[in-house]
Design a protein around this ligand. Structure first.
Ligand SMILES: Cc1cc2nc3c(=O)[nH]c(=O)nc-3n(C[C@H](O)[C@H](O)[C@H](O)COP(=O)(O)OP(=O)(O)OC[C@H]3O[C@@H](n4cnc5c(N)ncnc54)[C@H](O)[C@@H]3O)c2cc1C
Length: 327
């Protein structure tokens, strides 16, 4: 068993140089995960000179470890979103997700990227082992609200494979994130645009519109910070510290394994547990590949042994889900 994500293992990405001189760009993008690479790609397409800088290697941090379900269904349910922010805002949040998936599909087609992009249904299903009657009514309501707000959602008495009550969301998607981003990032260098790795933004001079990177300076007209986490200490310490107190680092456990072809339909699944379990199935040549995860918890909140226990539970549940067919 290896602990390297399948995407990193099977899809190496070429190395980009380390910044070793002063340069200037119309737009500086800090951080080369899916956010930074997408922003830099779109800006370059729109005619800007872009500098994309990455502290480590491109698409290797969160983006290299994602399970890459492409779905507009948010972790907080639509009913809850509507209660918190009103129906219009809840609807807008899901529509933004749907538009993002459409945009990825458009880019995949336009750039002819072979990244296993596929439209698949997604199932939010009742927990394995819980009273499905209780959950059925809440899932029905979730499906009704989603359908009323214009989303292709339907309640099912029995989701495929799990045979549990569920909401089926049509037209979600999945892809291989590093195959997709490897193609996107390759289009950025050239004609005054750059990608640099091992090049962390270490100090901003706001008035001069420049950032220090490896003891050199990048001057820019505009900057996009796509670091996922705030650049603590690079902005005002008070602001950074206040924001930091609202953020927590979380750990998730994910297993990937081969199962015989056709064991589980190609789809996305997640359940109503808190934290939820998530599952995706990819058809491969001669077998299906199952990616199964969950058991999220605040990093450090669980001591070492409960982390081990979580992983053990995860392995057991994966084995149950796959009818003991994991090899
Ligand atoms: C196990 C797991 C499963 C997930 N599953 C899903 C899923 O199914 N669907 C989904 O939508 N999301 C999922 N996510 C979340 C998703 O992967 C992330 O939200 C997404 O990849 C974040 O992308 P990003 O570009 O914003 O950040 P990142 O990928 O974290 O990229 C930020 C980059 O900024 C760089 N950086 C930081 N500081 C600096 C600096 N000072 N200078 C230069 N560079 C810097 C970092 O090195 C990093 O490469 C999952 C995440 C995990 C961990």
């Amino acid at each position: 068993m290896t602990n390297v994500p399948a995407w990193i293992d099977d899809t190496p990405i070429r190395k980009f140089p380390k910044l070793q001189r002063n340069i200037s760009a119309d737009v500086l993008v800090v951080g080369a995960g899916v956010t930074g690479i997408t922003v830099a790609y779109l800006l370059k397409k729109a005619g800007s000179k872009v500098a994309l800088i990455e502290r480590e290697r491109v698409a290797s941090i969160d983006t290299g470890h994602t399970t890459a379900h492409l779905t507009y269904v948010t972790d907080v349910g639509l009913q809850q979103l509507a209660r918190n922010f009103g129906k219009d805002h809840a609807q807008a949040a899901w529509e933004a997700g749907a538009t993002a998936i459409d945009e990825i599909e458009r880019i995949v087609e336009q750039e002819e990227i072979e990244c296993e992009f596929a439209r698949v249904p997604a199932y939010l299903h009742a927990r394995v082992g819980a009273s499905s009657k209780k959950e059925a009514s809440s899932l029905k309501k979730e499906a009704d609200v989603a359908a009323r707000l214009g989303f292709d959602a339907a309640y099912l008495n029995s989701a495929p494979y799990f045979n549990l009550p569920a909401v089926r969301f049509a037209n979600q998607a999945k892809f291989h994130p590093r195959k997709y981003l490897r193609s996107l990032v390759a289009t950025i260098p050239g004609s005054g645009s750059h990608v640099f790795e091992k090049s962390a933004a270490s100090e901003f001079e706001a008035k001069k519109h420049r950032v220090k990177v490896n003891r050199n300076w990048i001057s820019f007209d505009r900057v996009v910070v796509a670091t996922n986490n705030p650049l603590v200490g690079l902005t005002g310490m008070t602001a950074a510290t206040l924001l930091q107190t609202k953020l927590s680092l979380y750990t998730s456990y994910v297993l990937g394994a081969q199962v015989p072809t056709g064991t589980i339909p190609e789809a996305l699944f997640w359940d109503t547990r808190e934290p939820y379990d998530y599952l995706r199935i990819d058809k491969r040549s001669g077998f299906d590949y199952v990616v199964f995860g969950g058991e999220d918890h605040k990093t450090g909140a669980d001591h070492f042994h409960s982390g081990r226990l979580a992983l053990h539970r995860r392995e057991r549940r994966a084995a149950i889900h796959c009818d003991g067919l994991l090899r």
